[in-house]
Design a protein around this ligand. Structure first.
Ligand code: AMP
Length: 304
């Protein structure tokens, strides 16, 4: 039985340059990438903030997929959060060109009463103090999954350590290194698990993702091999969307469900990077995602 998901995160307009081209003021932010993928698998409610300048038509595809936008606050006369980045030739490194927080600066997530009893919560990348504030407003979430970024590891470590205690932690290899001081993903995951989460996922970009569960169980999923990556922005949030969406759809998070969710995460992320912004996520459907999910079996099963 599918469980409802609530995502709280950034809702942005991104300007991105890669070797494939550029986009300006395209839909971005962790909450939009996450919901684009998760909504193909389970019902999603989104909490975020945009300015009066936000092009609402751009998220029509999300409402069509059933995403509940009651929690998306609009500040009339305010400007939407804008982020700009340029990728280096190898797509693994990027330079942040600007971060204009605008209305996101005063974001104080308010969870609509209709969503406070939500069973599955994804705390996307926002200030850890705000993540704690979201947790306080929920009645009794059954599963909390969280993400963060280098900025909060450096600026708000203590508050971050309070949030990390809950549920499942998803970080990338750089965040794992910043949090633990070690660069190996497995060693990092083991140290992160000691901070409280029962399950830790370390994303390794084009090298896939590693999961460490209870009792030291390990699972690894590759990235789907692609001929061309157009724009890696949001791949991590899209991975989280596929991962959390799959758990919510199964309504359970035992080890088999967690492993399947890893493959859904990797499948969804591979669509994200095929085009700028959410462009590919907007046009794809569940059938195409399932083909890639099934493709992982062929890709990773060793013949007897
Ligand atoms: P990722 O590629 O996973 O780092 O995610 C990229 C997304 O994060 C972009 O769509 C940005 O709009 C968003 N973003 C960039 N900086 C921040 C920030 N300080 N807080 C929240 N979201 C951000």
């Amino acid at each position: 039985m599918s469980k409802r998901i609530l995502v709280v995160g950034s809702t942005a307009l991104d300007s991105v340059e890669t070797s494939s081209g550029r986009v300006d003021d395209a839909l971005g932010g962790s909450a939009f990438f996450f919901s684009s993928a998760a909504s193909l698998l389970a019902p999603v409610g989104l909490v975020g903030v945009v300015g009066g300048d936000f092009p609402r038509d751009e998220i029509h595809f999300l409402t069509e997929r059933g995403v509940d936008m009651e929690g998306l606050e609009t500040v009339p006369g305010g400007l939407t959060f804008r982020w700009g980045g340029r990728y280096h030739e190898n797509m693994n490194e990027r330079t942040t060109l600007f971060t204009h927080l605008n209305v996101f600066q005063d974001f104080n997530p308010y969870i609509p009463p209709s969503q406070r009893d939500v069973p599955v919560l994804f705390l996307a990348n926002i200030q850890p103090r705000l993540q704690l504030h979201v947790l306080e407003q929920l009645t009794a979430p059954e599963l909390v999954i969280m993400d963060t970024m280098n900025l909060w590891i450096e600026l708000s470590r203590d508050e971050l350590l309070q949030v990390i205690r809950t549920g499942i932690l998803i970080v990338n290899d750089e965040e794992s290194r910043l949090l633990t001081g070690v660069s190996g993903p497995l060693q990092g995951a083991r140290l992160l698990q000691r901070m409280g989460p029962h399950t830790v996922i370390v994303k390794k970009g084009e090298h896939g993702a590693l999961m460490l569960g209870a009792e030291g169980r390990l699972f690894s999923v590759p990235a789907w091999p692609l001929d061309r990556v157009v724009d890696p922005t949001g791949a991590g949030d899209t991975f989280a969307g596929g991962f959390v969406g799959s758990l919510a759809r199964d309504g359970a998070w035992g080890w088999p469900e967690l492993c399947r969710a890893m493959a859904w995460g990797s499948a969804m992320a591979s669509f994200c990077v095929e085009d700028f912004s959410v462009n590919r996520l907007r046009t794809m459907d569940l059938g195409q995602a399932r083909e890639r999910f099934d493709g992982f079996r062929a890709l990773t099963t060793i013949p007897a």
